[in-house]
Design a binder for this molecule. Structure first.
Ligand code: GLU
Length: 297
């Protein structure tokens, strides 16, 4: 099965930029005859009621999906199996570093800023034993590559850094970078359409996919929505959600893609991946009757 997907984190209402990305993911999948799956990324930052509202807003745009909604919180067995497989091949190590220790450690030559300096990679058994008593370990990938290349329909061949990424946090929560790879592989996702803020994560995710025996997906990293001063669009920018904008939402999102139609299905005719706008979409919320307080900083 070939499939595309949308994978929202249920941390609040989706804004028009998120809805636009979702519509693009749906258009890319449906236009290429793929299934489309919906995956709620609820391992972290869950706001009660947000999932229901997000799914309702997506459905209201005419986005439909195949099969049941998948929730990451119900998939621990798949993540545990992936960790066991990697661990069994010596591809994991325990890391006891705090964020601060990582920032303060001297970094390896040519390593990108903030990259893990390798502190816990080769601890002795004694040292590991001693550190275990201090704090619970995170599990990191023992990466055997420093870069990896992916194919992106908008960005072409994209090479990026691979590092010893955290796969399970010290508090036991499975990290996004593991969950996303396991789920995409297991759900048959071979086309990943998402915001281009995640482009730089694609090489490490694709590399991890190969370690887990999966073929990396093809990617379509789409431009984000910005506010009128060029920052990433956010809730504080005013009337930006489907709840704020009402029935006008669909037309606003479609027009931002240069498309016209009454329903999502109508848009399929005029759509092709090549015609996805390459520049960020600047969204100016309509004035509301009770404008938000201007920000003071
Ligand atoms: N759950 C992530 C987000 O909402 C998306 C991850 C992905 O598409 O790979 O930002």
């Amino acid at each position: 099965m070939a499939a595309g997907r949308f994978a929202p984190s249920p941390s609040g209402d989706l804004h028009v930029g998120n809805l636009r990305t979702a519509l693009l993911a749906w258009l890319c999948a449906r236009q290429s005859g793929r299934d489309f799956v919906m995956r709620v990324e609820d391992l972290d930052r869950v706001r009660p009621g947000a999932e229901e509202r997000q799914l309702a807003d997506l459905a209201a745009l005419g986005i439909d999906w195949d099969g049941p909604v998948v929730r990451q919180s119900e998939r621990a067995r798949y993540y545990d199996a992936a960790l066991a497989s990697l661990g069994g091949r010596g591809l994991l190590f325990e890391c006891f570093c705090t964020r601060r220790e990582i920032l303060e450690a001297p970094s390896a030559p040519h390593a990108p800023p903030g990259a893990y300096p390798g502190t816990c990679r080769d601890l002795s058994d004694d040292e590991r034993e001693r550190r275990r008593a201090e704090r619970p370990a995170a599990l990191r990938l023992r990466a055997e590559a420093s870069s990896f290349t992916v194919d992106d329909a908008l960005h072409g061949t994209y090479e990026g850094a691979v590092d010893d990424v955290v796969l399970r946090r010290g508090d036991g929560v499975v990290a996004y970078n593991l969950a996303v790879v396991v789920d995409d592989a297991q759900q048959g996702v071979d086309q990943v359409v998402r915001g281009d803020d995640l482009l730089s994560s694609a090489p490490r995710q694709a590399y991890l996919a190969t370690l887990l025996g999966a073929v990396p997906p093809t990617y379509v990293h789409v431009p984000l929505a910005l506010n009128t001063v060029g920052q990433r669009l956010a809730k504080r920018d005013g009337a930006v959600t489907a709840r704020d904008l009402g029935p006008a939402t669909f037309g606003i999102v479609a027009a931002s893609l240069g498309l016209q139609g009454e329903t999502a299905a109508n848009l399929l005719d005029g759509f092709s991946v090549d015609r996805i706008p390459r520049e960020p979409w600047v969204f100016e919320p309509p004035a509301t009757s009770s404008p938000e307080q201007p920000r003071t900083s």
